[in-house]
Design a protein around this ligand. Structure first.
Ligand code: FAD
Length: 397
């Protein structure tokens, strides 16, 4: 299979690289994080986020997959793939968070004209950051059993309940939430999709610090929160189908393939340096493990290309997306494990500022952070179930 660019694709790739070249210096050094920068107390970081948003917005590349009429770039699947690949190669931060990847496409399909006019421009300008309130302490893989209750009262819903694992909710401005509006209906049919200003009275957010020391997750509590009924997206009790609208074309996981290859390249180069030779005990097994990880990144590239070639032909990847997600997340963990093992006891140094830490603890940190990658967006067990039933035709239950 020849995956090289056509003349048009090569020209588009060059154009993307040109815009990426204008990234703020801190972003070029791999330190960009739009969500943490945009309201940062450091004015320089705020300015970096603003400038980068502006550079992407000029091309419509804040939301490359949205239709042009809504302010996106209307790129073809192959152009989106090239765009994502170049962004990942340069470690360039995307802008707009889940507003761009999830809420915007959902509103474009299910929202009213008023909802689109109100929310889409603020997502594109970076003014409003959105986060997802789906999971609950008793509802993760079996999301449809969620218990957060929304009761209609005049022109409002009154919300009570709790969400968990609400990523970056502390940095967001608005939340999109699934809540139960009919407790007597079969579980998928009694749910509505609601938009909430995070500053509405009765919403409280409590941090959950993960084992790497990061504040990424939160618990989100709703106590008599009043949300206008006009903030419901889609029909009452049909929110499950709204919430499952997946228009994100990043199902190829090309970002994962590219950044894993970068990490391995960095590891390979470091192992050749005198410091690297000194930090790595040099067991023959290390070489074999690093070679295995290289093979796996090659496999991952091919999974990514398979998905994009399907999307380019108008097909919707199904179990193929599960294969790609499963393989990518497990590969990510294996690379981190290999990286920490290669360095023996040095691999346990977590503090990136420690002079003895190999590669500024990059792989040790990845080891801790990547544990959650096989849980997020559908656990590996759920992905295997999909592959077994939809891909292999094995019976359920
Ligand atoms: C990095 C990360 C970010 C996240 N961000 C968000 C967010 O922003 N908003 C949000 O709402 N949620 C978020 N989540 C939550 C995520 O959606 C859930 O963690 C996930 O759906 C799994 O649910 P659970 O944690 O309740 O585990 P459970 O569903 O309780 O699963 C526990 C174990 O049982 C297994 N299991 C469950 N059902 C089956 C089955 N049918 N067959 C075989 N095994 C099964 C699972 O694989 C798992 O090993 C995030 C999670 C992570 C890790």
């Amino acid at each position: 299979m020849d995956w090289s660019d056509s003349a048009e694709q090569a020209a588009f790739r060059t154009k993307v690289q040109g815009v990426i070249d204008q990234m703020p210096d801190r972003y070029k050094a791999g330190e960009g994080d739009w969500e943490r920068d945009r309201n940062n107390e450091d004015a320089g970081r705020r300015e970096d986020a603003r400038k980068w948003t502006e550079s992407l917005a000029q091309e419509g590349w804040v939301a490359p997959h949205w239709p042009k009429e809504y302010g996106g770039a209307g790129l073809s699947p192959m152009e989106q793939f090239i765009f994502k690949m170049e962004m990942a190669r340069a470690d360039a931060p995307s802008v707009g968070g889940q507003g761009v990847s999830q809420l915007g496409p959902t509103l474009i399909v299910h929202g009213t004209e008023e909802q689109k006019a109100e929310h889409l421009p603020k997502i594109l300008s970076g003014e409003v950051d959105w986060r997802q309130g789906y999971s609950e302490p008793g509802a993760g893989s079996d999301l449809a059993s969620l218990q957060t209750r929304a009761i209609r009262d005049g022109d409002d819903y009154v919300i009570n309940g709790q969400k968990i694992w609400t990523s970056l909710a502390h940095l967001a401005d608005w939340l999109y939430v699934l809540a139960r509006t009919d407790p007597d209906a079969p579980k998928h049919r009694g749910i509505s999709f609601l938009l909430m200003d995070k500053h509405t009275p009765g919403i409280s957010i409590r941090p959950l610090i993960d084992m790497s020391g990061r504040h990424h997750f939160n618990e989100t509590f709703f106590e008599d929160v009043r949300v206008p009924a006009s903030n419901r997206v889609g029909d009452e009790n049909r929110g499950w189908y709204v919430g499952m609208t997946l228009l994100d074309f990043e199902r190829s996981n090309i970002t994962g393939a590219v950044s894993s290859r970068r990490t391995l390249d960095d590891l390979r180069e470091y192992l050749k340096t005198s410091e690297g030779k000194q930090r790595a005990p040099g067991y023959a097994q290390n070489r074999l493990n690093v070679a295995d990880r290289y093979i796996e990144t090659d496999v991952m590239f091919n999974f990514s290309f398979r998905i994009i070639s399907m999307q380019d032909r108008g097909l919707i990847p199904n179990y193929e997306a599960s294969v790609s997600k499963l393989f990518n997340s497990e590969m990510n963990q294996k690379i981190a494990l290999t990286g920490t093992r290669v360095f023996g006891l040095y691999g346990q140094i977590h503090d990136s500022a420690d002079q003895r830490a190999p590669m500024k603890s990059k792989l040790t940190n990845q080891y801790l952070v990547s544990v959650s990658s096989t849980i997020a967006a559908g656990t590996s067990e759920i992905q295997r179930n999909i592959i077994a039933t939809r891909g292999l035709g094995l019976p359920r239950g």
